[in-house]
Design a protein. Structure first.
Length: 120
């Protein structure tokens, strides 16, 4: 039953970019499960952006992490759906965000990560 309902089973049906936000301490969705879908998508050449928050679980509790995720999601959706978005700016300040792959697929993300490295 789990295999039948797993997104990993249907990776061939994914035809659009995917944004994954993962808490490293998530007891329900283990990081290894997100790693699997990311690897499967990469193997198929499907764009995927994978964000990891080392100090979060299932759902983000820290406001700084929520803000950073929302900033990335806004730019990601603007690219995928069209439309405007606010530049990321200092939205990563105090966040534990780690972008494991796909930063280049989100407008302004590489630049925001470079700028944020000076904020830590």
């Amino acid at each position: 039953m789990l295999t039948k309902h797993s997104p990993l089973t249907y990776v061939d049906r994914i035809h659009v970019p995917l944004l994954i936000g993962q808490g490293a301490n998530d007891a329900r969705v283990k990081p290894a499960e997100s790693d699997q879908i990311v690897q499967a998508m990469q193997a198929k050449g499907i764009p995927v952006t994978y964000l990891l928050y080392p100090d979060e679980g299932h759902g983000f509790a820290r406001p700084e992490n929520n803000l950073s995720f929302f900033a990335v999601a806004e730019a990601f959706l603007a690219k995928c759906l069209g439309g405007p978005y606010e530049p990321i700016g200092e939205d990563f300040k105090g966040s534990s965000l780690k972008v494991l792959t796909g930063a280049e697929d989100v407008p302004g993300l590489p630049e925001a990560l470079a700028a944020a490295s000076g904020l830590a």
